[in-house]
Ligand binder design. Structure first.
Ligand code: NBG
Length: 801
């Protein structure tokens, strides 16, 4: 029970009206949504502030270890509902709004969705912040306050266009600027020698933190996400014009992942990475020393967590501060660093494993580069001692700097005290294939923590109907302890429960269908199977295989009356952003939209088949998509998807996975068993073996398989009337001559999995039983479990309450 403004609906109403008048000189009746949202947000922030201050006081008293989670991405989604629910005041506010004749839902939907991320990596970071606060652990995010996020995706004539995502245009009610904690981040210049190395930067950029509160679930705890903004430093550079300096600042906190195909682009990314890493580390050290009077016990109180390699520069920056500013010697500094830094790997894709050319790092960060060199030198000496000259090849392949290139993952493994993968299979691949030599060197550093999702946002908030249904059977305990979902298992075969589950699913499908109709004017039939693939657009995720299969279905609907009789109508839904410079991925978007246009407008078949590519897929969209799915497409080339987290969200909302034995699909399969999932295709060993031994010729499949040849030919033979015949030549060539991700090789298995799913869906009871089984088994994928594991295994942090 709250005191003050949120105590009762009447106290809230009074405060709301009063604040409306004082701020906008308006009555409730004449106010608009923006004003209503802002007043609600302000009152909420004041409420949160009380808990925030309390949390800080508590921490002040009980000085304990804290985690700083550095990530290039945080896909937070809207916070208003989250905050209302976690504070336990949504009902009061809703009633108050009803009394005022206002719609809380509408006001909640006014909030912008900050797109400070690209995909699973960023959403994972956001789920983890929610769990940290909800478990009462002191854990804080560190990132950049990108003015325009990743980008806003427009679909124009089937093509993706990238626009600035102006999420800050109307301010951001949650953030608090902390002017006094700003940090000057040094760049460029040179390193001199005055009884020791002295760094003379030629330029500083001021990093100003904006803190966004992260509210724990009904526990009075408030953590924060710190977003650093780039601003002019008082130490003004004398090497640049004001105009150039200002342009540079704008770029640093402008976009996430700016095009890095040019030298300047690469330099900008590195600048961004150093910007928030350096600002974060320095501010933490400053506070620590203020409190403890020394940096020597840092590792007892601080963990710097490196989320994928983007924040790797934390490592040399920490060394730099310990050596140059706190005047420790190398051994002392290294000892502290290697006890403070932990690293999570999120991908084995070679092109995503960051490598920075020395000729980019060195001019931009001369002292940092010098320290990386020294770390590498000492480390190589150790390797030499261990392995001897006979194994120089092994040693060279493990070096941090190789042929003028710095391998960031190697630096993380060498300097971090922990390296973890994000699903069992992924960790095994790291240990035994990708990072085999490092695992042999440091077996104790390697851990697995399978990813998780916050069940609060992905079940309790975004699927209130399902939550209520579950609660009516097993009581409310699953909300705070999601493992309790398992109690639902006996209901899987209860016909009355199945009926109620089906009714909820239909209602959620209708809500999604309404949104899609409103925005894209495509009508979906909720009796059709909602078959959904939402995730970053990438070749390894094989949206292309899904698209080819839709063409295949369409061909059969057109030519085979028996097929049509047996086919349960399907609505295939896609959501995905392609990186701006990822040309091929953008072609796939165009292909999906071209297919959609053709099939949706064919009166002969469009009762059976619809295709939708939703525009600007983001967290908010995902909240209406996850609850509405019947089939969750998780069809990556085995071994390539480190974990996946969409797979978990779909599962928790009662969709059945149709997927490969990849990432966390493997764990989903192990939990639910063969009967409640559709697994197909090559496994990770098959894939690895082909990569190692070669021997795959997609052209042979094209030549020998008439079905596949027919489909591929349709890409280039004028079959799509509304596009140039050559539009998809590149896709055709890629599949026939390269097919690095085995689309053709897995195609028939994929097709068969779809046939099985189609048949299974006809037995509505069996399908519902499977869906309920999936929900019952999904508790383990709550990010509360993941965070508990990080805390026990890696961070050694404890709840503060
Ligand atoms: C992604 C993986 C996903 C995984 C998320 C979160 C990157 C680099 N990696 O499989 O592709 O679920 O990280 O761990 O975005």
């Amino acid at each position: 029970m709250r005191t003050g403004v949120f105590k009762t609906k009447d106290s809230f109403n009074r405060a709301f009206k009063k604040r409306m008048k004082a701020t906008y000189l308006k009555d409730i009746e004449t106010s608009n949504i923006r004003e209503r949202y802002n007043i609600l947000g302000t009152l909420l922030r004041e409420e949160i502030a009380k808990d925030w201050i309390k949390t800080n006081k508590q921490l002040e008293k009980k000085d304990q270890k804290k985690v700083y989670y550095f990530s290039m991405e945080f896909l937070m989604g809207r916070l208003v509902t989250n905050n209302l629910m976690n504070l336990g005041i949504r009902d009061v506010v809703e009633e108050a709004f009803n009394d005022l004749g206002l719609d809380l839902n509408e006001v909640e939907h006014y909030e912008s969705d900050p797109g400070l991320g690209n995909g699973g990596l960023g959403r994972l970071a956001a789920c983890y912040l929610d769990s940290l606060a909800s478990l009462g652990m002191p854990g804080y995010g560190q990132c950049i306050r990108y003015r325009y996020g990743l980008f806003y995706q427009k679909i124009k004539n089937g093509y993706q266009e990238e626009r600035p995502d102006n999420w800050l245009s109307d301010g951001y009610v949650w953030e608090i600027r902390r002017e006094e904690e700003a940090i000057d981040v040094p760049y460029a210049g040179y390193v001199g020698w005055e009884n020791g190395f002295v760094y003379h930067p030629s330029e500083f950029i001021r990093a100003v933190p904006y803190d966004v509160p992260i509210v724990g679930d009904h526990n009075g705890v408030v953590n924060y996400l710190r977003l650093w903004n780039a601003e002019p430093s008082k130490k003004y550079p004398n090497t640049k014009s004001a105009f150039d300096y200002e342009t540079e600042l704008q770029k640093i906190s402008g976009f996430l992942y700016p095009d890095d195909t040019t030298y300047e682009g690469k330099q900008l990314r590195l600048k961004q990475q150093y910007f928030f890493s350096a600002a974060g580390v320095k501010s933490v050290l400053k506070k620590h020393v203020e409190k403890h009077g020394t940096v020597r016990n840092l590792s007892d109180y601080v963990v710097f967590h490196i989320n994928d390699t983007h924040p790797t520069l934390i490592i040399p920056e920490l060394m730099r501060l310990l050596l140059d500013e706190y005047h420790l010697n190398w051994e002392e500094a290294w000892d502290i660093t290697t006890k403070t830094v932990a690293y999570t790997n999120h991908t084995i894709l070679a092109e995503a494993l960051e490598k920075w050319a020395v000729n980019i790092i060195q001019p931009l960060l001369p002292r940092i580069y010098q320290l990386i060199e020294e770390i590498n030198r000492r480390y190589l000496l150790e390797l030499l001692e261990k392995y001897g000259y006979e194994q120089t090849e092994r040693i060279q392949s493990m070096a941090i700097i190789q042929h003028g290139v710095v391998h960031m993952a190697h630096l993380c493994i060498v300097a971090g005290y922990s390296v973890n993968g994000v699903a069992k299979l992924h960790t095994d691949i790291l240990k035994h294939i990708e990072m085999k030599k490092f695992y042999e060197l440091y077996p104790d550093k390697f851990h697995n923590v399978t990813n998780g999702i916050t069940h609060r946002r992905w079940l309790l908030h975004s699927n209130k109907e399902l939550t209520a249904l579950i609660e009516s059977v097993i009581g409310p305990d699953f909300k705070s302890n999601p493992a309790e979902l398992e109690k639902l298992l006996p209901s899987a075969n209860d016909q009355r429960f199945q009926d109620r589950f089906i009714a909820v699913k239909q209602a959620k499908k209708q809500q999604l269908a309404d949104r899609i109709y409103r925005e894209q004017k495509i009508k979906l039939d909720i009796e059709s199977i909602f078959d959904i693939q939402v995730k970053r657009l990438h070749e390894y995720k094989r949206q292309l295989m899904n698209a080819l299969h839709i063409m295949d279905v369409y061909n059969q609907l057109k030519s085979d009356p028996d097929f049509r009789k047996n086919y349960v109508p399907h609505s295939f839904i896609f959501g995905a952003k392609a990186a701006g410079s990822y040309h091929f991925a953008k072609k796939v978007i165009k292909l999906i939209n071209t297919i959609a246009q053709k099939v949706n407008n064919d009166p002969e078949t469009n009762r059976y088949l619809k295709v939708v590519f939703v525009e600007n897929y983001n967290v908010t969209y995902a909240e209406s998509i996850m609850p509405a799915a019947n089939i969750s497409e998780q069809i990556s080339t085995a071994s390539k998807e480190a974990s996946g987290t969409g797979n978990m969200k779909f599962m928790m909302n009662g969709a059945l996975t149709l997927g490969t034995m990849d990432g966390a699909n493997v764990e989903i399969h192990d939990l639910v068993g063969d009967d409640h999932i559709f697994i197909f295709g090559m496994n990770a060993d098959d894939v690895t073996s082909i990569y190692q031994n070669g021997g795959y010729q997609p052209k042979d499949i094209y030549d020998q398989d008439p079905l596949i040849r027919g489909l591929l030919d349709q890409l280039v033979n004028g079959y799509f009337e509304n596009v140039d015949k050559e539009e998809f030549r590149e896709i055709f060539n890629n599949l026939v001559y390269h097919d690095r991700y085995f689309v053709l090789k897995d195609y028939h298995a994929y097709r068969k999995a779809h046939q099985d799913a189609n048949e299974a869906y006809k037995d509505a009871r069996r399908w519902a039983a499977s869906a309920i089984t999936n929900i019952a088994k999904s508790g383990i994928f709550s990010s509360d479990r993941s965070i508990q594991e990080y805390a026990n295994l890696i961070w050694h942090v404890k709840p503060m309450i």
